[in-house]
Write a protein that binds this ligand. Structure first.
Ligand code: TYM
Length: 330
């Protein structure tokens, strides 16, 4: 049995990118491995230091995790800030992370471009906190989407460097994991490469979106004037729509539109209508469960408390070992 850790920032509701990139991947592992899934509220502070909805966002993500099928009886679900051992390990791991490598990290460069008025040190050391999240439970498998690959490489470097510095194999090497398949990148609806909560309005379809909202977003998706010759290669925006269909539509549906594309008879309006309906069908049961679980305050409180206790017990064990290896007196 291996240890698995993964998390999602609490900066907004969950979208299909989170679901197909990460959550579907976690759910498959929860019954076979020692799994920890958490809500990264400390990471959220790097870009959202002050928010009236902070507590609500954390709760929303928790509810959506549970609605999507993460089972607190099979694994440990917790809120990152409930486990202060992670923050201590983060401080200790900062000593083996080099400023140069942190500055070269793609997500850091992207974040400072998007948030030029708040280039805080937390953004720079974001990958160190992420490494601490993972190695605090000595995890080796990390189910994530493609966009987290570089962070995982950094986590391995920090873990190995620590082991080497103190001459002890405290941490195993953590790897991004997707059942031997390539990591997933779910595209957005705006023609851009990636579905994301901080991308523009209409880019992402959220698990809790109503059928009307989903239809509206999908009908507005970026397309072009259509193929001009048979069997053409698809431009990016169109490929994105087909890639989204791969996630929610039947094989027959995809084949139908592929054939129409190849024969230049495709009507994007029809394709989008079908894609929207397939997304509605996919999200509807999740949306129902979100409403049901979200109304059960006492259950949510119990999940949070139990998760915090289990996560802290595991984290404490690793941190005690780390402190001993470094040579702290107690
Ligand atoms: P976050 O909150 O941006 O995304 C959560 C998870 O969803 C995946 N994801 C996607 N996958 C495919 N296509 C997309 N369009 C897409 N958008 C999001 C992400 O890859 C991720 O797996 N730094 C992390 C949170 C984190 C974490 C960790 C993850 C903090 N500590 C430790 C794993 C282990 C993040 O910002 O994810």
């Amino acid at each position: 049995m291996e240890t698995v850790v993964s998390g999602i920032r609490s900066t907004g509701n969950l979208h299909l990118g989170n679901y197909f990139g990460a959550i579907r991947n976690f759910i498959k592992m929860q019954h076979e491995h020692r799994c920890f899934f958490f809500i990264a509220d400390l990471h959220a502070l790097t870009t959202h230091p002050k928010s009236d909805q902070f507590k609500q966002s954390v709760r929303n993500v928790l509810v959506e995790y549970l609605a999507a099928g993460i089972d607190p009886k099979a694994c440990t679900i917790y809120i990152q800030s409930d486990v202060p051992e992670i923050s201590e390990l983060y401080l200790l791991m900062n000593m083996v992370a080099y400023v140069g490598e942190l500055e070269r990290c793609t997500s850091f460069k992207e974040k400072i471009r998007k948030h030029p008025d708040n280039i805080n040190a937390g953004l720079l050391t974001y990958p160190v906190l992420m490494a601490a999240d993972i190695i605090i439970h000595k995890a080796s498998k990390v189910p994530v989407g493609k966009d987290q690959e570089q962070h995982l490489e950094m986590a391995r470097n920090f873990a190995n460097r620590f082991n080497h510095l103190y001459g002890k194999e405290v941490f195993p090497e953590p790897y991004a994991y997707n059942f031997g398949e390539a990591l997933v990148k779910v595209p957005g609806l705006d023609g851009s490469g990636k579905m994301g909560k901080s991308e523009g309005e209409g880019n992402a379809v959220f698990l809790n979106d109503s059928p009307e909202v989903i239809r509206k977003k999908v009908m507005k998706a970026v397309t072009d004037s259509g193929p001009s010759a048979p069997n053409q290669e698809k431009p990016e925006a169109i490929r994105n729509l087909f890639n989204l269909m791969e996630l929610v539509s039947s094989k027959d549906t995809i084949e139908h539109f592929e054939t129409q594309w190849d024969q230049c008879s495709i009507r994007y309006g029809d394709l989008k209508k079908q894609l929207a309906e397939d997304m509605v069908t996919f999200c509807a049961p999740l949306r129902e469960k979100i409403a049901e679980i979200g109304a059960n305050e006492s259950y949510l409180n119990a999940v949070i408390e139990e998760g915090a206790a289990k996560a802290r017990a595991s984290a404490r064990k690793t941190l005690d070992e780390v402190r001993a290896v470094i040579g702290f007196a107690r």
